[in-house]
Design a protein around this ligand. Structure first.
Ligand SMILES: CC(=O)SCCNC(=O)CCNC(=O)[C@H](O)C(C)(C)COP(=O)(O)OP(=O)(O)OC[C@H]1O[C@@H](n2cnc3c(N)ncnc32)[C@H](O)[C@@H]1OP(=O)(O)O
Length: 170
């Protein structure tokens, strides 16, 4: 079977957050594509967490795994229309539960805006698009983990503080 070139935009039951959106003339927000490895995707992720460059083989293999999850795993990127480089990214994972009558929960992950593009509303825009995707899939909530310093940003995006984050690292 031919490898898909872009992560799922949804199809039937797709979230309202998928698709291509132009922000003014400056940025285009769209699902991650195979070609994004050469558009600075790894440089962007490195601003989030230690993330050495990926080989094309490794990127393609992970991309195929994610594509197989369909609209349950959406990665959106913001492409700078002038340079073709990526200026932002974020992910929404849809968790399928048994509780709440087989309810769905959205997990917001790996939101990052290139240091040179911060403070222009791009991060908030990406989060909004991903949250709308989760809402469109039927999620009853979206949750995330972040540092104390980012509480203000997520509050701007409509999130409220809830419970305690814990971790066990291997
Ligand atoms: C769930 C996770 O992924 S947590 C990981 C989050 N990512 C990171 O920490 C990576 C490094 N940081 C970044 O990439 C960026 O700073 C981001 C994604 C946090 C914010 O992206 P930006 O594009 O700069 O944010 P944006 O311009 O949309 O800001 C929206 C609003 O939040 C405010 N804001 C942005 N960052 C912060 C912050 N750290 N603390 C408080 N408020 C903030 C802005 O001032 C703006 O408010 P305004 O509308 O009143 O002007």
């Amino acid at each position: 079977m031919e490898q898909p070139h872009a992560l799922a935009e949804g199809g039937a039951g797709a979230g309202a957050g998928a698709g291509v959106e132009a922000i003014g003339d400056a940025y285009i927000i769209r699902p991650l594509e195979l070609a994004d490895l050469s558009k600075g995707f790894c440089d962007l992720l490195a601003q989030l967490s230690p993330s050495p460059p990926l080989s094309e083989e490794a990127f393609h293999a992970r991309f195929a795994e994610l594509a197989a999850l369909g609209a349950d795993h959406l990665i959106l990127v913001a492409e700078d229309a002038a340079t073709g480089r990526l200026a932002g990214a974020g992910a929404m994972l849809v968790e399928r539960k048994f509780i709440r009558r087989c309810g769905l929960v959205g997990h917001l992950e790996d939101v990052v805006v290139d240091a040179a593009a911060r403070g222009r509303g791009l991060g908030e825009r990406l989060v909004h698009r991903l949250v709308e995707h989760a809402r469109g899939r039927g999620c009853y909530k979206v949750i995330l983990n972040c540092t104390t310093e980012l509480k203000g940003f997520y509050a701007k995006c409509g999130f409220v503080e809830k419970n305690v984050q814990m971790g066990l690292y291997f």
